[in-house]
Ligand binder design. Structure first.
Ligand SMILES: Cc1cc2nc3c(=O)[nH]c(=O)nc-3n(C[C@H](O)[C@H](O)[C@H](O)COP(=O)(O)OP(=O)(O)OC[C@H]3O[C@@H](n4cnc5c(N)ncnc54)[C@H](O)[C@@H]3O)c2cc1C
Length: 400
């Protein structure tokens, strides 16, 4: 049996590791367009910009020891589902018995915002370029206060840079986390000296001899040395779509990671998965790892649906934001702790059941919820607000 993994991110690495752990003794081929073996992307907006090394998902020796053939710097350009082959950019064709698509995302680009001094951040090559140019820059402007924008702002401030963020929404991460938590993040960034221009976006960019001049929708003009465009990412689904595999906002898969094509799986950031009956595409590291383990199980004959709760973290300054689950209504959260004091857990509660928690600097609360999220339980808003009972103890008691 030969399993071909297309994509060089942690989703592929996790699947390869899962396959060997489960005793698959067939061939595994990992095809990646980036020149490095799979590495961790989360540090790229955080400690990497401060000088840390690239963090490989697995040491190079692991692939050799586990018989995983790496085809790096080589893009998969076409799939022949009938003939069960993957065509590579170097002209080679690789046969497969099972194919796993983990092609991830690419940074979204804005027309007119590219070229010298303009940055996007998805790959280690992007991060190297940004790190090198940040060293000689004093003023960075960021378009978009999403996770990447907020994390790079925090890293750039630590390097002594002057940072401005343009964000059309009223607060950072407002769409992902709601207005109230967004407002808390706004305070955090402003307290660190970041100029966060909410309700405003950049309409045009001009070049001068030594920098860029940006003009906003409100007519504000601002000079900067570097611009980071952090306005989201798009799934790399064209390879699958061109072969006739069903796609939507990602490659469509069921709970087992199966696409519409026989023996073709998809996972990680590119997959629009069925999760507890809802179709979602999840752009979080932990999901890629867990889905990889589930796909490996399915490929080795054990039907394992990926039902684990979706969890993520984001580090900004000395704050840790974490969330697990999917909130029903971000404007209707039950808060335990204090948003103003920047230490809280905000719960989404539906008919006495927790659907999600978003927490700032309360990792223990997130862990406690993660353990029971998809287990039957019943809890009230008043109970959750009551800090006299430790959450772990409370949640243990309400599981039925
Ligand atoms: C800067 C940054 C910071 C992040 N921080 C966090 C964080 O703090 N917390 C968190 O939970 N998540 C974070 N994430 C998200 C997390 O890194 C992703 O969820 C994870 O990388 C997804 O892994 P993946 O393998 O599905 O996709 P990717 O990591 O996108 O890997 C896909 C790979 O496939 C390659 N590829 C695409 N098409 C082809 C092809 N045709 N042939 C060959 N190769 C191809 C791509 O170039 C890429 O190398 C961050 C992401 C970034 C970019």
């Amino acid at each position: 049996m030969r399993v071909v993994l297309v994509g060089g991110g942690v989703a592929s690495a996790s699947t390869a590791a899962g396959l060997r752990k489960r005793g698959l003794d067939g061939e595994i081929v990992l095809v990646a367009d980036e020149p490095e073996p799979p590495y961790e992307r989360p540090p790229l907006s955080k400690e990497f910009l401060g000088g840390a090394d690239v963090a490989p998902a697995r040491g190079t020796q692991w692939y050799a020891d586990n018989g995983v053939e790496l085809r790096l710097g080589n893009r998969a350009t076409a799939l022949d589902l009938g003939g069960r082959t993957v065509r590579l950019a170097d002209g080679d064709e690789v046969d497969y018995d099972a194919l796993v698509l983990a092609t991830g995302l690419r940074a979204r680009r804005l027309p007119g915002f590219d070229g010298e001094r303009v940055h996007h951040l998805r790959t280690v090559a992007d991060a190297r370029r940004l790190r090198a140019e940040l060293a000689g820059a004093s003023r960075l402007v960021i378009l978009g206060a999403g996770f990447i924008g907020c994390e790079v702002a925090s890293s750039a401030v630590a390097l002594g840079k002057q940072v401005t963020i343009f964000e059309p929404e009223p607060a950072p991460l407002a769409r992902a986390l709601g207005a109230r938590i967004g407002a808390a993040l706004l305070d955090i960034h402003r307290a660190r000296g970041v100029e966060v221009r909410t309700g405003e976006y950049v309409e045009s960019m001009d070049r001068t001899a030594d920098g860029l001049v940006l003009t906003s929708n409100l007519g504000h003009r601002m000079e900067c040395d570097l611009l980071l465009v952090g306005v989201g990412a798009r799934p790399n689904l064209e390879l699958a779509a061109a072969a006739g595999i069903a796609t939507g906002d990602g490659i469509l898969v069921d709970e087992y990671g199966r696409t519409s094509a026989p023996d073709v799986y998809a996972l990680g950031d590119v997959a629009a998965q069925l999760h507890h009956g809802v179709r979602v595409r999840v752009e979080h590291h932990d999901n890629a790892l867990r889905q990889g383990r589930a796909v490996a199980a399915n490929l080795t004959g054990e039907a394992v649906p990926h039902t684990d709760a979706h969890w993520f973290w984001s580090d900004q300054y000395d704050h840790t934001l974490q969330s697990v689950g999917r909130a029903r209504d971000l404007d209707d959260l039950v808060v335990r702790g204090s948003v103003e004091e920047q230490r809280f857990a905000a719960f989404s509660l539906t008919d006495g059941r927790i659907d999600a928690v978003i927490a700032l600097n309360r990792p223990g609360d997130v862990l406690a919820v993660r353990r029971i999220l998809h287990t039957p339980h019943e809890v009230t808003a008043d109970q959750l607000r009551d800090e006299s009972v430790p959450l772990k103890q409370m949640l243990r008691a309400v599981v039925s």
